[in-house]
Every structure is written in C-alpha cells, then in structure tokens.
Design a protein around this ligand. Sequence first.
Ligand SMILES: *[C@@H]1O[C@H](CO)[C@@H](O)[C@H](O)[C@H]1NC(C)=O
Ligand SMILES: CC(=O)N[C@H]1CO[C@H](CO)[C@@H](O)[C@@H]1O
Length: 279
Amino acid sequence: MTLRLCCAWIFILLLPGLSDGGKLLVVPMVGSHWLSMQQVVEKLAKRGHEVVVIIPEVTWQMKTTQAYTVKTYPVSYTLEDLNNVFHEYVTTHLKDLPFPLNTLAMYNSSCKDLFSSKETLQYLNQSSFDAILTDPVFLCGATLAKYFSLPFVFFMRGFPCNLHYKAPQCPSPLSYIPRLFTFNSDHMTFFQRVENALVSLLELGYCNGFYEEAIKLSSEVLQRDVSLLDLLNSASIWLLRFDFVFEYVRPVMPNMVFIGGINCAQRKPLSKAYSESTK
Ligand SMILES: *[C@@H]1O[C@H](CO)[C@@H](O)[C@H](O)[C@H]1NC(C)=O
Ligand SMILES: CC(=O)N[C@H]1CO[C@H](CO)[C@@H](O)[C@@H]1O
C-alpha cells in the first residue's frame, strides 16, 4: 500500500505539466526598491517562469533585461512632475519633516492611471497569471491582485506602524513587544508598558490617515469598502528584506520569510580610500 502511494507520488511529480514554469506578474515600486527585487525577478525568469513586470510609462530608467517582459501603461504625469516630486521628497527628508504628501499623491495617481487603462487591464486579464509579486508599500499591487483574484506575494522592507506584523496576525503582546519609536526593549518597566500601550493605540490611526487616499481608490476599484488590513492580510507569503537580528526578537508567522541577505546581492569591493583608512 505505502509502496503504491509512493509510486503514485513519483508519477505525479514526473508529470511534465507540473514542473513547467508559472506565469508571474510583478508590480514593483520604482526607485531603489526595484534594485533588490530585480535580482529575484531575473532569477525567476532564468528558472523558466514567464515573468511580466508592469510599470508606469513615465518613470526613471529601470535597468531591465531580456529575461522578462516589461509592460508599460500610460500615465497622466510627466517626467518633470516626477523629478519635482523627488526633489521635494529629498528636501523634506533632509529637514526631518514628515513624509511629503506629494509623493503619496504621485503614487496614488499612478495607480489610478493603471486602473483607468482599459487596454492594460484587458491585457492583464487575458494573460491569466498564476500569481503577483509586489512591493506593497503603496498598495497598488495588492489592489490589482484582489481585482483579478490572484494569490500574491509581498517583497518588502516594512510598513509603517508595524502593519507587516499586524496584517499576518503575529502574536504581539504589549508587555513584551516594544512599539516602533518607543526605544523600549522586551524588558519593560510598568510605565514603559503603559507608554507601549498608548503608542500601539495611535499606530493604526496614523496608518489609516497615511493611506486614506489609497484605501479610497482600492474601495472604488473593488467596488466595496476595503480596509487596510483587508488588503494586506491575505498575502500568501511575506518576503521581508531585513533580518530579525536587527529588530526585536518577536514571534512571526510561518509565511514570513526573512531575506535580508538579498540587499548584499550586488556587492562591490570597498573603495581603496576606505580600505586604507581602516588599516
Ligand atoms: C476577465 O475576462 C473575463 C472573460 O473575458 C471576464 O468574464 C472577467 O469579468 C474579466 N475580469 C476582470 C476582473 O475584468
Ligand atoms: C494624499 C494624496 O496624495 N491624495 C491624492 C491621491 O490622488 C488623487 C487623485 O488621483 C488626489 O485627488 C488626491 O489628492
């Protein structure tokens, strides 16, 4: 009996169809986030998966290769708008001001343009992808996955407000898991625990405010009221581009995979000046 079962398994594994590559749609975030994602995308294409990367027509040059297909969609802004947004982003960052709203506006208009392009949506629908790989920080990829009812994999550094722990429902007892920016450790005094509890109350409110427009757009596209957690909590796998040793020790779910090492995939030798100064 067990032998027969075993043979059946071997037979299933040898069926030609099952070892064929899948069809993957990649919804990246342009800019620095693309650099490490590209490594993965290239590898997947080399392993025989059919990969399509979808990006706005107006974007900074993204190094691409012939290994995968790049599909662009029309957008309502110009390269000059994009550059202005970037300059403002850098200046506000340097002055330590909060995240500039025009950056958000740019991302949300690029997502809106994607859903306004009938031709693009038709192409995506007809391509019948097996899954979506996306950097979810601006939620467009997650919305697209829900729109086409496709399973999706997140590839990311992290969300503000600990959403990458909250959405997959990691246990997060307030007395032991320090909240972001509190600088507490996992050993907290009574007052630190109170502080931790108060910060955790503010977290979701803060993120809902930050993502207000993006959530509005997702609700419009999906024609129902969606919340931030609705959009995020059904991700099949979370590939997290950091390492838990840089964070606090905390329990994570089995579909969360730390891949911080990928940031070192494109390494270069130290510059001569640096190696000499450390001698
Ligand atoms: C995709 O195309 C099919 C068949 O043409 C159609 O029934 C379906 O509604 C489309 N899905 C979306 C999300 O547009
Ligand atoms: C906060 C923010 O950026 N909101 C903008 C998102 O995009 C829409 C149009 O696509 C704008 O009307 C919002 O002001």
